[in-house]
Design a protein around this ligand. Structure first.
Ligand SMILES: [Zn+2]
Length: 306
């Protein structure tokens, strides 16, 4: 009897690609990717978000528990070394036969841009250093359609039994993302002639897709204070470019940001480009994008401060 049980366990634990019945264990690094893959796999997968709390994926440090999460996954979905550089040494070590790694940034035909370097008239500065590609690709909904499609193909290849579910969910997701793309453009339509400052140069993909003016990078972080000369230069830019808004993000002290904006006579908004409104339930990608662009447009289309 014991032997029969042993045989039963032996056979039931042998996995094969085409007869996968357990939900796939999927780890996604940031909320937009978690949301995308969840829409794609539905009940066929359990999606875990790796960077659960707010903070910058540019400078994240792995916890020991993250390592276990990554190692026990069937699929790891990330943007790429340009964003989550903390994952690089871990991914080098995981067993590639049991863990499939999917990088959104390496999807074919994706619209990508290089980082813009900031020139303040004296020297050029680049704030990001991990590779030359600007990794904030999710801020263009069209890119997310391409990522979803490539991910679907890769999953079908790996788990053929899920083909029908994946094809069906992708069709629905593609329509939703195309509608979102249009919605984002509509919301920002009246903002296309406005200039604005950003503290974190993350909006390039959105600016390009929604036909906004390129943001003016601050090149001075609120934490590092403002010299009189720098203040004078910034005030001149505000005047010449008729700048109304300063967009910061949650990585910076809101009081310092407010003080900074006051000195330059600008309105300011804190943007959430990732979807961490609530620790327990990160925002769905569509909701994140919608609230992001509504937040931006409310500042850009408001009357300019006298
Ligand atoms: Zn960023």
């Amino acid at each position: 009897m014991k032997f029969l049980f042993f045989l039963f366990f032996l056979f039931s634990s042998l996995s094969c690609g085409s007869c996968y019945t357990k939900p796939l264990k999927i780890v996604a690094t940031i909320p937009p990717l978690a949301s995308l893959v969840k829409s794609l796999v539905g009940d066929a997968g359990e999606v875990r978000l790796l960077l659960e709390s707010e903070g910058s994926p540019h400078s994240y440090y792995m916890k020991p528990s993250d390592l276990l999460t990554v190692e026990s996954a069937d699929i790891i979905l990330w943007i790429g070394p340009e964003l989550e550089s903390f994952l690089v040494p871990i991914l080098e070590k995981v067993d590639k036969k049991s863990v499939k790694v999917f990088s959104a940034l390496s999807v074919k035909d994706l619209v990508t841009y290089g980082y813009r370097c900031v020139s303040d008239g004296h020297h050029a500065q680049c704030h990001h250093h991990h590779g030359d590609l600007d990794p904030h690709i999710w801020l263009d909904p069209y890119n997310m359609i391409l990522v979803a499609e490539a991910l679907k193909e890769s999953l079908i290849h790996q788990f053929p039994s899920l083909k029908n579910i994946l094809e069906e969910n992708f069709k629905e997701l593609k329509t939703k993302l195309a509608n979102l793309d249009q919605k984002v453009k509509n919301i920002l339509r009246n903002s296309s002639s406005q200039s604005f400052f950003v503290i974190h140069d993350a909006l390039q993909y959105l600016e390009e897709s929604a036909n906004l003016k390129p943001s003016l990078p601050m090149s001075t972080h609120p934490e590092s204070g403002l010299t009189i000369r720098r203040l004078r230069t910034l005030k001149k830019i505000v005047r010449l470019e008729k700048v109304r808004c300063l967009f910061g993000d949650k990585a910076y002290d809101p009081e310092l940001l407010a003080k900074f904006a006051r000195k330059l006579n600008l309105s300011y908004k804190i943007l959430d480009v990732l979807g961490y409104r609530d620790y327990d339930t990160p925002l769905d990608y569509e909701d994140m994008m919608t609230s992001l662009v509504l937040n931006m447009s409310s500042c850009l289309t408001a009357a300019r401060k006298p």
